[in-house]
Design a protein around this ligand. Structure first.
Ligand SMILES: O=P(O)(O)O[C@@H]1C[C@H](O)[C@@H](CO)O1
Length: 296
């Protein structure tokens, strides 16, 4: 992956420069929308939007429920950029491509990254429609060396061996729980551990039982690589999993999960997720000193 990661990282400044020449927005917050959660972009005011296919260097979305648009705009006094559609490893993208936008966001001056995803629940306390605040993750591809930071380290972005403890900001997690109470949706929300698996197939029953025993609360096919790259370059991260299904853990259970059902729960909960993210952005503090010098 090294030659490719170098080629990909050379494109990021070009992409960032192109975007800055096309929009006057200078985002402080970036949002990555999970499956069925693209409506988060609709809340942005004074929008400038770009199809991924029109942005130099940008990968393309191939998954239903991921529109493939980058939307800039204002939300409650903060400038935001929103990815309507993310990139997954199972689409055939290398990990440095799936995380390409995160470094572009850093180059645009973004300070805080909000990641959202659709996930299946393993914890008995999490039901479809619930919203899990991600407290920590298990990056299964990362544990076996499939890591977007593999290859030569780009010291401009961060250190060779970045710490990942505390990668989901505690202050933002507390703020989100507070907001949930205010909005009257606290009963839908709890913190938990997200695990990324490679996909695209959903889990076997034996895999589901294994994940449950390991202490995983929700499982999905994204997010962890984005968070690794964001933490490496010093972005503050907040993550939400919308629980779209229970992962089947019993051989007696005849139900099975499908992507349509995942998207449907996204549609049903879109308003609540939107309210939470809007309030969080409104109430978060921004430092505004997050630019890095890429002129070597
Ligand atoms: O982009 P996310 O992680 O929300 O997408 C989840 C995982 C798969 O891509 C898909 C399965 O329905 O939804």
């Amino acid at each position: 992956e090294s030659p490719e990661s170098s080629a990909v990282s050379q494109k990021q400044p070009t992409t960032a420069d192109w975007l800055m020449s096309q929009t006057r927005h200078r985002p402080q917050v970036a949002i990555i929308c999970g499956s069925g959660l693209g409506m988060l972009a609709d809340t942005l005011k004074c929008q400038d939007s770009f199809a991924y296919s029109d942005i130099p260097g940008f990968p393309q979305s191939t998954v239903q429920g991921h529109a493939g648009r980058l939307v800039f705009g204002e939300l409650k006094g903060k400038t935001c950029v929103c990815m309507q559609g993310r990139f997954h490893m199972y689409e055939g993208h290398s990990l440095c491509k799936t995380t390409f936008p995160v470094r572009v966001f850093k180059l645009l001056g973004v300070e805080t990254l909000i990641v959202t995803n659709a996930a299946g629940s393993l914890a008995d306390s999490l039901q479809p429609g619930d919203i899990m605040i991600i407290k920590d993750h298990v990056n299964f591809p990362g544990l076996v060396g499939l890591n977007p930071l593999s290859g030569p380290n780009d010291d401009k972005f961060g250190p060779r061996f970045p710490a990942m403890s505390g990668c989901y900001d505690k202050g933002l997690r507390c703020l989100a729980l507070d907001i949930a109470k205010q909005l009257g949706v606290a009963s839908l929300m709890q913190e938990g551990v997200y695990a990324m698996v490679g996909g695209p197939n959903f889990e076997t029953i034996a895999e589901a039982r294994l994940l449950h025993r390991l202490g995983v609360d929700a499982v999905g096919m994204s997010t962890a690589p984005e968070v690794v790259v964001a933490t490496h370059c010093g972005l503050r991260v907040f993550g939400l999993s919308l629980i779209t299904n229970k992962v089947v853990k019993s051989y007696e259970d005849s139900e099975s999960v499908n992507h349509e059902g995942v998207l449907e729960v996204g549609r049903l909960r879109s308003h609540t997720v939107q309210q939470l993210v809007t309030e969080l952005i409104s109430r978060m503090e921004i430092n505004n000193n997050n630019t890095i010098n890429t002129a070597v």
